[in-house]
Design a protein around this ligand. Structure first.
Ligand code: PG9
Length: 638
């Protein structure tokens, strides 16, 4: 071999060409109207949590609004690259107008194990106790954080409020368990409260399988680096081809996630779910911090939480000055956005702006500010409820109360009568002839939960509009042979409902397990002059699913006796709605809502996560005319 020239074998001997990148860059932020500090705040066990603090420039005696999150504190405080505080907070989890106009110090912290924080991530980390052997939980982490903030923020007045949406709405509730004395107010918006009964993971036992993508992105890596993928344009095809939710999870490697293994191990409402349901936890103690629960009437993710929480903690609020409720005509988290429209619906005013400026702002002022601003803050009604149909805000003393005074709520039976008619109250519903209606539910062709092709997700630019699906037109479903549709006569007077409709089905299946979906719908007049596209619109007002195997007990799944008429009773989500004259009421019944919920094989198997292709069988479903929906009708005293 020829000898290698000495110069070529030596390390780089060429002259230095200095890097254009400085060893350390110091941003110039003197023109910014805020100062941002990112600090690692130590918890009692030594774990440090990444905390972003945004302080209005020259702030003095300013209160703090804290959000704790698994969704990236850095990202939530830099929605835009800007020298303007309102611009950087313009996005998820920030009521930017209220925060900035109110002069608040904004603090956003990554929870343990997510993004910049140290420690282990546990989905909705339960309180220290039977489900969590460590001494640390979200209650202690919030306490330690507030303790640090009160000692290290010379610009603050020492008063802290905690606010957040969904997961970040669950966290203010955890802060109420043994609250730090400096915590003066909590605003849980659309909080996740009970993952099995009616929030993110199951509804009455039916699994919300489109959340597999959430588990993958949110749980398997600290910084959400693993991305969900599909192999079809239409999500319906991806889920149908996989078979069961368990199989799709296996195909994405989710068994590596501790949380997915917990879901698979706890398909029923056992101690795992019961003991971490936040309404059950907080019902045991009076809430000592003023708390404003914010609920969205068309919340596609946590439609259960805020109302369940209100029911649990209001009875302990003996002075009627700690627990407040707001409900608006919004999608999940819509209270911080534009509340003038939801899909095809138009509310004639920006209902979310009204909430922020007229309800949230004075509420925060009262408890977080000092001096005359606090003393002169307008009082907020115990309940502020937007009434859909008439599109009006109502101030109420409690929920549900129908109106400010002089009215009562009387349950009225909406009977699923013969001829696919809905008969209200004492109305004569003919039960002549057959005493049931029937359909065939085929798991090979489950009822789509929205028009196909469907792309589940949040990015409108990519054709994804998941957050507003509950307000979709149900017309397509009403034309299917596997959806039963019962319709009332045209209303001649307004009919107002406030509260939870309750489904009372008398139903049989030829299988040994079955899902039942019940939808209460406002059927618009055939023509709507000022909004032609609303002619004949079928708007869901309240709807939910029930997994038949839990008919006798939520804790133990049991096979259903085939071909036997059996009673199923379950509550549907809260409504505050006026069916206007000229409209009709409709109820639709079906046995799948796919792929939002995994398919019921209609053959009893111990766990539906493990159902095999051969278990999925067609079934004949009968809805007997003794079935009814109990409507919480508001009667106005004459
Ligand atoms: N609905 C979401 C969530 C909450 C809690 C657990 C899992 C998901 C959210 O929007 O945060």
């Amino acid at each position: 071999l020829p000898a290698v020239p000495a110069a070529a074998s030596a390390a780089a001997t060429y002259p230095a060409l200095p890097s254009d990148t400085p060893a350390e860059f110091t941003p110039v932020t003197t023109s910014f109207n805020y100062v941002k500090r990112t600090v690692m705040v130590p918890m009692r066990d030594g774990v440090k949590l990444n905390t972003v603090i945004v302080i209005p420039r020259n702030a003095k005696g300013a209160p703090v609004l804290l959000t704790r999150t698994p969704y990236d504190a850095g990202g939530l405080t830099s929605h835009a690259e800007s020298s303007d505080m309102k611009s950087i907070l313009q996005g998820y989890d920030n009521a930017a107008d209220v925060i900035v106009e109110g002069g608040y110090i904004r603090v956003v912290q990554d929870v343990r194990g997510k993004y910049g924080s140290e420690g282990d991530y546990v989905m909705n980390r339960p309180l220290s106790g039977p489900q969590n052997a460590t001494p640390v939980d979200h209650s202690t982490d919030t306490w330690d954080t507030i303790e640090w903030l009160t000692k290290n923020l010379p610009e603050s007045n020492g008063k802290v409020g905690i606010i957040g949406i969904s997961y970040d709405g669950f966290l203010p509730l955890m802060a109420l368990v043994n609250p730090h004395p400096a915590l003066k107010v909590a605003v849980p918006m659309n909080p996740m409260v009970d993952g099995w009964m009616g929030d993110d993971w199951f509804h009455h036992g039916a699994f919300r399988q489109i959340n597999l993508s959430y588990v993958m992105e949110q749980v398997v890596t600290r910084k959400n680096d693993a991305k969900w993928f599909t192999s079809t344009y239409d999500d319906y095809d991806t889920y149908l081809r996989a078979g069961s939710a368990g199989e799709l999870a296996r195909q994405r490697g989710l068994q590596q996630s501790g949380f997915w293994r917990k879901i698979v191990a706890h398909p029923t409402y056992d101690a795992f779910w019961r003991e971490q349901a936040v309404d059950k936890i907080l019902a045991k103690q009076p809430v000592t911090v003023p708390t404003m629960l914010v609920h969205s009437l068309w919340d596609a993710e946590d439609i259960y939480g805020a109302i369940a929480m209100y029911k649990a903690i209001k009875p302990n609020d003996s002075a009627n000055d700690k627990v407040f409720l707001v409900m608006g005509p919004w999608s999940h988290g819509g209270g911080i956005g534009d509340g003038s429209k939801l899909g095809a619906l138009n509310f004639n005013s920006d209902t979310a702006l009204h909430f922020r400026q007229e309800i949230l702002r004075p509420f925060l002022d009262r408890y977080l500010k000092d001096g005359p601003t606090a003393a002169n803050a307008p009082t907020v009604a115990p309940v502020s409820a937007f009434e859909t149909g008439t599109n009006k805000w109502r101030s109420l003393a409690s929920w549900p109360s129908g109106c400010a005074s002089g009215c009562a709520i009387k349950p009225a039976a909406l009977r699923l009568a013969a001829g696919q008619r809905l008969a209200l109250g004492g109305e004569a519903g003919s039960n002549a002839g057959k005493d049931y209606d029937e359909y065939v539910a085929d798991p090979a062709k489950p009822v789509p939960y929205r028009a196909r092709p469907m792309k589940n997700g949040y990015d409108e630019a990519k054709g994804q509009s998941w957050p507003r699906w509950l307000a979709d037109d149900q017309r397509e479903a009403s034309g299917r042979t596997d959806v039963l549709t019962f319709t009332s006569d045209i209303l001649t007077a307004p009919l107002k409902i406030s509260g939870e409709p309750i489904a009372n089905l008398i139903a049989s299946t030829s299988g040994t397990d079955s899902d039942w979906v019940v939808k209460v719908i406002d059927l618009y007049p055939d023509q709507v002059a000022d909004q032609p596209a609303m002619g004949g619109y079928q708007l869901m007002i309240s709807a939910d699913i029930f997994r038949g195997r839990y008919r006798e007990s939520y804790e133990t799944a049991r096979p259903i006796a085939a071909n036997k008429a059996l009673a199923y009773r379950f509550a549907l989500p809260t409504a505050n709605h006026v069916f206007l004259p000229g409209h009709r009421i409709m109820v639709q019944i079906q046995s799948s809502w796919f792929p939002l919920y995994d398919r019921n094989p209609q053959t009893f198997v111990p766990s539906i996560f493990d159902a095999k292709p051969g278990d999925y069988k067609k079934a004949t479903q009968r809805i007997y005319h003794s079935s009814y929906v109990e409507l919480p009708v508001v009667e106005i005293a004459k």
